[in-house]
Design a protein around this ligand. Structure first.
Ligand SMILES: [Zn+2]
Length: 66
């Protein structure tokens, strides 16, 4: 199981941490098609949505490199 080994065709999804081929780019990160669908279909009142937001926070809040 070397799912974290990203080749040039595979990118590691920020939500499920799996290397996937299909997905969308959000800022500098990648979200796979499956997680994108999950995110869209998850109600904002669902606790799972908060989990996604926590994951996405890493994406939407750029880290200041010092
Ligand atoms: Zn994913």
């Amino acid at each position: 199981m070397d799912t974290l080994l990203a080749s040039k065709d595979h990118k590691v999804c920020v939500i499920c941490d799996q290397a996937k081929v299909r997905g969308i780019h959000l800022y500098t990160s990648f979200i796979c098609t499956e997680c994108e669908k999950e995110l869209i279909s998850t109600d904002t009142s669902n606790p799972k949505y908060k989990y996604y937001l926590t994951k996405l926070k890493k994406v939407t809040t750029p880290q200041i490199l010092s």
